[in-house]
Design a protein around this ligand. Structure first.
Ligand SMILES: Nc1nc2c(ncn2[C@@H]2O[C@H](COP(=O)(O)OP(=O)(O)OP(=O)(O)O)[C@@H](O)[C@H]2O)c(=O)[nH]1
Ligand SMILES: [Mg+2]
Length: 617
């Protein structure tokens, strides 16, 4: 052991009610980048990191909990781990975060935490977060007096602006070297609840200053009529933005790749290497990279909705309709997270108290149109739907088509849960739907941009490895044995003919069959595989965008629609299946869902093909 408390091995933990800013503070104190959003229940697992300036201290970020009597899954994690931590000799200090703009909600837990720390002989600091909001409204709270009444030191801080963090740093050092524990008392919970209420009344902001704007916005966004219209308008804008805002950046990436390819490829002398660079590197990998800007925009817009506080309102609006499909309003956030990626969506479902509705939510999430489907949808829509607009540029046909495909996926998810919930019996009694409405806030731009960038990096690295490998294998199979002279006679062509009968009823030739088969590893592989296949076919020409290649192939609109339907339904993601198995604690659900959704995807795609063909497609 050293004399310096900053060097000694210690643990510190952050506990507090949901959405009070623990993770934002954790990120600031450790330099890590864990997920922060403006609705309750974001953190579901305990995270840890080194406390900056205290090399020996590990800081733990806990899921939010309203009290030490846990109800939901993530609350249980927090409460159980907190009880264990109190017995841990290395625990140096407990940091209990309260939301100073909503004292009533935070104080009961804080009083319980102080009592338990007193019993266990652990020091505790209460961090009154969001002090910046009070200052913006010129509201003052006597934190010293509040601390005296609570029996612990209360420090005013802002995890957003960094205000008060130096004092926090000094206070942590002080507690690590000279711990001062709260007094050991046995006040029962019922008394603490009354005290919390009284303290909130005595010290909380007077008048309804903080509530007035919130109430006005809620009167609109939760209005039976306007609220519903606003909901659809916001969702529609979300999907339009994916096309309209990202098109210039996508075009730029595409043009950039063509520009580089035109300069690099002619410089290569070896024919084999030249073909590989043109067909596999630029056509295959390039086809996939073009979609990165779209992922960026999608994450950014969802982030705007999350940070503004609208997401929880959307969950409330959706509660009633979702009940009809066997779900709850709490399923909305996991499902909408699933629009970015199914994996965080599945984790987010932990906040659903009812096991039955949680399982039903698991079933819906893989049908949500995740960002891995986006490249496939964009490619096919761009190939078949004109890029013109109507109503003075307000409605873009491609954006509208995207909205419909997304809607189709979501609808399938809801129909599946409706059927499963109707046909399976349950003894479970229903818990009331309780969801805290977070404050409306202006989103902060830089963290949002950073978050979107991280999502793109994840998209590239997660799918990138598989895509590089598949692209290479597909290129080798398509290029040999006749050195790219005849794709149909290549090894890939021969294999393609083998799977062709499966895809022929959908009007798809072997090239599309091979691309679909390869995308069972990860959906994004579809565009890369097609890029390589068309790249080999068009080896003599300059790099031609994949959309033009598809338009020139014999793919009819009926087949295009059937492909869209297939991708909307099939569960083609190994990582999702692994997380599903982990969260549901069995492999059965994931395997059954894989088989059921693959079969359903094929049948629905066939139906779509027949229907569109019937109407002259
Ligand atoms: N204005 C302001 N906003 C803050 C502050 N701290 C956090 N927030 C915002 O509050 C919201 C919730 O922050 P998180 O860090 O995710 O809260 P959490 O306590 O970890 O929430 P859970 O993980 O759900 O328990 C986010 O929108 C943050 O940007 C602050 O000091 N000031
Ligand atoms: Mg958190």
């Amino acid at each position: 052991m050293t004399d310096n408390p900053r060097q000694e091995p210690h643990k510190a933990l952050l506990i507090g009610s949901p959405n009070c800013g623990k993770t934002l503070l954790f990120n600031r104190l450790t330099g890590l980048q864990h997920r922060v959003a403006n609705f309750p229940g974001i953190t579901v697992e305990i995270a840890s990191g080194k406390l900056s300036g205290h090399p020996g201290v590990t800081l733990y970020d806990y899921p939010g909990t309203y009290s030490l009597q846990a109800i939901s899954g993530e609350e249980r994690v927090a409460v159980e781990q907190f009880e264990l931590a109190l017995k841990d000799g290395e625990l140096g200090v407990v940091l209990c975060v309260i939301d100073v703009t909503r004292l009533e909600k935070s104080l009961y837990l804080a009083l319980q935490v102080i009592r338990e720390c007193g019993r266990a002989g652990k020091p505790v600091l209460v961090l009154a977060n969001m002090i910046d909001v009070l200052e913006n409204h010129r509201i003052n709270i006597d934190l010293e007096a509040l601390g005296r009444d609570m029996g612990a030191t209360v420090l005013g801080i802002s995890a957003r602006t960094g205000q008060g963090l130096e004092r926090l740093d000094a206070a942590v050092s002080e507690q690590l070297s000279n711990p001062v524990c709260p007094s050991d008392h046995q006040e029962p919970d019922i008394l603490l609840r009354g005290n919390a209420h009284q303290l909130a009344r005595n010290y909380g902001p007077k008048g309804d200053i903080l509530l007035r704007t919130q109430n006005r916005l809620d009167a609109f966004f939760l209005h039976t009529g306007f609220g519903g219209i606003a909901f659809f308008a916001i969702m529609y804008l979300l999907f339009q933005s994916i096309f309209t805002w990202s098109t210039p950046a996508m075009d730029a990436v595409e043009q950039g790749l063509v520009w580089i390819s035109d300069r690099v490829v002619p410089m290569i002398d070896t024919p084999l290497l030249k073909d590989f660079t043109a067909d596999a590197l630029f056509s295959g990998l390039g086809a996939f990279l073009v979609f990165v800007p779209q992922i960026f925009v999608l994450t950014f817009v969802i982030g705007l909705l999350e940070d503004s506080g609208y997401m929880a309102r959307a969950a409330l609006i959706c509660h009633r309709p979702l009940r009809f499909f066997g779900l709850t309003g709490k399923s909305f956030i996991p499902m909408l997270s699933g629009v970015a990626c199914a994996i965080p969506g599945i984790y987010a479902a932990r906040s659903i108290d009812s096991p039955r509705r949680r399982f039903l939510t698991y079933m819906a999430i893989p049908l949500m149109p995740c960002s891995a489907r986006l490249p496939v949808y964009t490619l096919l829509i761009a190939a078949f739907i004109p890029s013109t607009t109507a109503l003075g540029g307000l409605v873009g046909y491609q954006g509208l088509a995207m909205f419909l495909v997304y809607f189709f996926g979501m609808l399938c998810g809801l129909l599946v849960t409706a059927m499963v919930s109707r046909f399976s019996t349950s003894e479970e009694s229903d818990l009331p739907f309780v969801l805290e409405m977070p404050a409306y806030r202006l989103p902060t731009l830089v963290p949002l941009l950073r978050k979107s960038w991280r999502r793109c990096q994840h998209f590239i690295t997660k799918a990138g490895g598989i895509i590089v490998a598949v692209t290479f294998v597909i290129w080798v199979l398509g290029y040999f044995p006749n050195y790219g002279a005849d794709l149909g006679a290549s090894w890939l062509g021969q294999m393609g003919r083998f799977v062709e009968p499966v895809f022929a009823p959908l009007g798809l030739d072997w090239r599309y069959g091979v691309a679909v088969m390869s995308s069972f590893l990860a959906r994004e592989v579809f565009v890369g595989t097609l890029g390589v296949i068309f790249g080999i076919e068009g080896a003599e020409e300059n790099m031609v965008p994949l959309v033009a290649q598809i338009q020139n192939s014999d793919l009819g609109i009926a087949s295009g629609v059937s492909l869209l339907v297939f991708f909307a339904v099939a569960l083609m993601c190994v990582s999702t299946m692994a997380v599903l198995s982990k969260e549901s604690a069995s492999n059965r659900l994931a395997i059954r869902m894989f088989l059921a959704y693959s079969g359903m995807a094929y049948v629905l795609a066939l139906l779509a093909y027949q229907l569109v063909s019937l109407f002259g497609g």
